[in-house]
Design a protein around this ligand. Structure first.
Ligand code: WT7
Length: 650
C-alpha cells in the first residue's frame, strides 16, 4: 500500500463551508487531548440534560480497578433527545424515510408522527409490565416499528437487545437467556429480496429451547400477513396493543450510567459477548460524531445501509441521526433486488445526500461493472462513507469515481461494537483522504501502536492498535461478566484498551487498519468468531474436530474456511459437505456458513495440543511456500497431507 496517493478535499466542497476546517480540527483535537474534561463538558451540550452533570470523566483502565464513567451524576433520556426536543423546530420534518423491499413501497414519517408512535408503544410496554431496567429482545426486520420499539425501550429505561434477523433460533435463544429477557418484539415475517424470513416461527422455535423458555410475552408486528402459529396467552399483535394506547408519555429520567442497550458480538473465544452501552456517554458520543463526520447540514438526507441488528444501525441509522434532527433512510431490502441498480435508484428517489455503506457492498456493486450504478444520476449525493472492514484502494477509487462521480469526499470510518461510535475517520473538509486509510482520530481519541511485547512504537510503524484513554461512547462492561470485560480488553496490554486490530501509522500520522490480529473473522463486514463456527461444526454427529480460519475473498473481504476431521465410520462426500453447511446455517445463521470445507485427516497441532492456525490460514490462502517452521508440530506430516488436499481441490 502506498502512502503517496493523497486526495485533497475538493475545493467545491470546501467552498460550501464545512463544520471543521483543517485548522479547527487541529486546534480542537489538541484541546480535546490536553483537557478532555473541558472538551467533553462542552461537547456534552449537544444533548439535552434533564439534570446537568457536575462530573465529566471518572476513568481507570487498570484491569484490577477498572472504572469507566462519564457524566455520572447527570440525567437524560435518549428518546426525549431524539424526538421530543426536535418537535418545536422539526415536528413536520421527515425523521424516517422507509424504503420497502418492493421498490413501489415507501413511507415518510415525521418527527411528530414518530414521537406519537413511540409514546404509544412506551405505554404499551409499560402496560405489559416492562419496567425500567428490564431487558427487551428485539428481533425484527428493517421496518419503522423496529425504530419505534428501540426508542420506546429507551423512553422507559428498558435496555434493548436487538438480535439481527438473520440469526437462527438457537442464536436468538442464547441471547435471550444471557440477558434474561422475558419480552420479545418481532414481526410475522421479514422481507428481503422478495423472500420471506420466518421471524415469528424462529421466535417460537427459540422459546421451545430451554434457553428461550423464560419468555412470557411476544409482541408481533404484522408485516407480510403470512400465517403464523399463535399462543393466546403469550402472543400479542402490535396493532391490537397500539389501538387505544395513549400518545401521552413522559420520558423517564435516566442516570447517565444507566444501561441503554446490550448488543451481542463475537469474540475470539467462547460465546458472543453482550456489549453493554450506557445512556449519557453513548448519546453524547454518537450525536457528536454523527454531526462532525458527516459534516451535517439541515437539509441532508442520510442513508446508512446497515441493519438495526448491528451497532452501525444503532449509532448511525437511528440514534445519531435522530438526536441531530436529521432525516434517516431505512431500507428493508437488499442491494441486488430487483437488480443491482437499486442503490443508485433509492438515492435518486429520496434525494439522498450522504450514503454510508460497507466495502463488501461496494465490491459487489463494482463487480457488476459501472452499468447498473450509472442507471441513476446520484446528483443529490455530496458525501460518501465506508464502514465495517478495511476498504481496498481499488474499491475506494471505484466508489469515489463511479458512485460519487469523482465529486464526493469519502470518509473511511473505523470503529467497533465496543467503541459505540467512530474513533478514526477523516473529517470532511478537515483531513485529506488517502484511499485505504481511516486516517486521523476523532476528538478525544488517543490511538497508539504497541509491539507484541506491549512496548509503545513511535513514528512510522505497524503493530497492535490500542486506545490509551477513554471516550464517552466506550462500552462499560460485558453484560453479566465484568471479569471477562477486564480480561478481554484491558489485560492483554495492561492500562490501555486493546482493540484486537492491527494498524500501521505512516509519516503523516495516518492510521491504516490492517485487520484483526485475533481469531475474529470479518465476513462481509460481519464479525464472526472462529470458535463459534467450530463449535457449530463439532455439534454435528459426523464431525470429530474442526478448525476455522479466514481466507481472502474478493467480495466478502474474508471467507470462512473450515478444516474438518470426521468421526470414525463417517466418510467424506459432497452430501456431507452440504449437510455441514446447512447445519452451521441452522445453528448460527446464514452469515456463518463456511465458504469452503476441506476434509482433514488431522490438524497441525503443537505438542501441547494447540492448533497452529497460522499454517491453516496459509494453506487456505493457497500460500504453500513459507509455511514456516513445522518441526515443533506433534505430527509434521499432517501439513503435507493438508497441502496436497488443498492442491487437489484447487
Ligand atoms: C471490526 C469491528 C464498526 C461498525 C461495524 C463493524 C473492522 C470496522 C473498519 C474500517 C478497517 C474496520 C475492524 C473492527 N472494521 N470498520 N473502516 N477499516 N476495519 O463493527 O462488528 O464490532 O466489527 O470491524 O476489524 O475491529 P464490529
Amino acid at each position: 500500500m502506498s502512502d503517496a496517493t493523497v486526495i485533497p478535499v475538493p475545493a467545491h466542497y470546501l467552498a460550501a463551508g464545512t463544520r471543521n476546517t483543517a485548522d479547527e480540527y487541529a486546534t480542537r483535537y489538541a484541546e480535546s487531548i490536553a483537557n478532555p474534561d473541558a472538551f467533553w463538558a462542552k461537547e456534552a451540550q449537544v444533548v439535552d440534560w434533564m439534570k446537568p452533570f457536575t462530573q465529566v470523566k471518572d476513568v481507570s483502565f487498570n484491569p484490577e480497578d477498572l472504572r469507566i464513567k462519564w457524566f455520572a451524576d447527570g440525567e437524560l433520556n435518549v428518546a426525549a433527545n431524539c424526538l421530543d426536543r426536535q418537535l418545536a423546530k422539526r415536528g413536520d420534518k421527515t425523521a424516517i424515510i422507509w424504503e420497502g423491499d418492493d421498490p413501489r413501497e415507501s413511507r415518510h414519517i415525521t418527527y411528530r408522527e414518530l414521537h406519537a408512535e413511540v409514546c404509544k408503544f412506551a405505554n404499551v410496554l409499560t402496560a405489559k409490565g416492562v419496567k425500567k431496567g428490564d431487558r427487551v429482545t428485539i428481533y425484527m426486520p428493517m421496518i419503522p416499528e423496529a425504530a419505534v420499539a428501540m426508542l420506546a425501550c429507551t423512553r422507559i429505561g428498558a435496555p434493548h437487545s436487538v438480535v439481527f434477523g438473520g440469526f437462527s433460533p438457537d442464536s436468538l435463544a442464547g441471547r435471550i437467556e444471557d440477558c434474561g429477557s422475558t419480552v420479545v418484539i418481532t414481526a410475522d415475517e421479514g422481507l428481503r429480496g422478495s423472500k420471506a424470513v420466518p421471524l415469528k416461527a424462529n421466535v417460537d422455535n427459540a422459546i421451545r429451547t430451554p434457553a428461550g423458555s423464560g419468555v412470557t410475552t411476544v409482541i408481533v408486528v404484522r408485516r407480510t400477513g403470512g400465517s403464523v402459529n399463535w399462543d393466546n396467552k403469550r402472543d400479542f399483535w402490535y396493532h391490537d396493543l397500539m389501538t387505544g394506547a395513549s400518545a401521552d408519555h413522559a420520558a423517564v429520567a435516566m442516570n447517565a450510567e444507566d444501561p441503554l442497550f446490550i448488543l451481542y458480538t463475537s469474540g475470539s473465544t467462547g460465546k458472543p459477548k453482550g456489549v453493554l452501552h450506557t445512556t449519557g456517554g453513548y448519546l453524547v458520543y454518537v450525536t457528536s460524531t454523527f454531526a462532525n463526520m458527516f459534516d451535517l447540514r439541515e437539509d441532508d438526507v442520510f442513508w446508512c445501509t446497515a441493519d438495526v441488528g448491528w451497532v452501525t444501525g444503532h449509532s448511525y441509522l437511528l440514534y445519531g441521526p435522530l438526536a441531530n434532527g436529521a432525516t434517516t433512510v431505512m431500507f428493508e431490502g437488499v442491494p441486488q433486488y430487483p437488480d443491482w441498480s437499486r442503490i443508485g435508484k433509492v438515492v435518486d428517489k429520496h434525494h439522498v445526500s450522504i450514503l454510508y455503506t460497507a466495502p463488501t457492498a461496494i465490491r459487489a456493486l463494482m463487480r457488476e461493472g459501472d452499468g447498473p450504478t450509472l442507471e441513476s444520476s446520484r446528483k443529490s449525493l455530496r458525501l460518501l462513507g465506508s464502514v465495517g472492514e478495511p476498504i481496498n484502494p481499488e474499491a475506494w477509487n471505484w466508489y469515489h469515481r463511479v458512485v460519487g462521480d469523482s465529486r464526493c469526499p469519502i470518509i473511511d470510518t473505523w470503529w467497533q461494537t465496543e467503541t459505540g461510535g467512530v474513533l478514526i475517520t477523516p473529517l470532511p473538509g478537515a483531513v485529506d483522504m488517502k484511499p485505504g486509510s481511516a486516517s486521523r482520530p476523532y476528538f478525544g481519541i488517543k490511538p497508539a501502536i504497541l509491539d507484541n511485547d506491549g512496548s509503545l512504537m513511535k513514528g512510522v510503524c505497524e503493530g497492535n492498535l490500542v486506545i490509551t484513554d477513554s471516550w464517552p461512547g466506550q462500552m462499560r462492561s460485558i453484560y453479566g461478566d465484568h471479569k471477562r470485560f477486564a480480561e478481554t480488553y484491558f489485560n492483554v496490554f495492561p492500562g490501555v484498551y486493546t482493540t484486537g486490530d492491527g494498524a500501521r501509522r505512516d509519516a503523516d500520522d495516518y492510521y491504516w487498519i490492517t485487520g484483526r490480529v485475533d481469531d475474529v473473522l470479518n465476513v462481509s463486514g460481519h464479525r464472526m468468531g472462529t470458535a463459534e463456527v467450530e463449535s457449530a461444526l463439532v455439534s454435528h454427529v459426523a464431525v470429530a474436530e474442526a478448525a476455522v480460519v479466514g481466507f481472502p475473498h474478493d467480495i466478502k473481504g474474508q471467507g470462512i474456511f473450515a478444516y474438518v476431521t470426521l468421526q470414525e465410520g463417517h466418510e467424506p462426500s459432497e452430501e456431507l459437505r452440504k449437510a455441514l453447511v446447512i447445519h452451521v446455517r441452522a445453528e448460527i445463521g446464514p452469515i456463518a456458513a463456511p465458504d469452503q470445507i476441506q476434509w482433514a485427516p488431522g490438524l497441525p497441532k503443537t505438542r501441547s495440543g494447540k492448533i497452529m492456525r497460522r499454517i491453516l490460514r496459509k494453506i487456505a490462502a493457497n500460500e504453500f511456500d513459507g509455511l514456516g517452521d513445522t518441526s515443533t508440530l506433534a505430527d509434521p506430516s499432517v501439513v503435507d497431507s493438508l497441502v496436497q488436499g488443498r492442491r487437489a481441490e484447487a
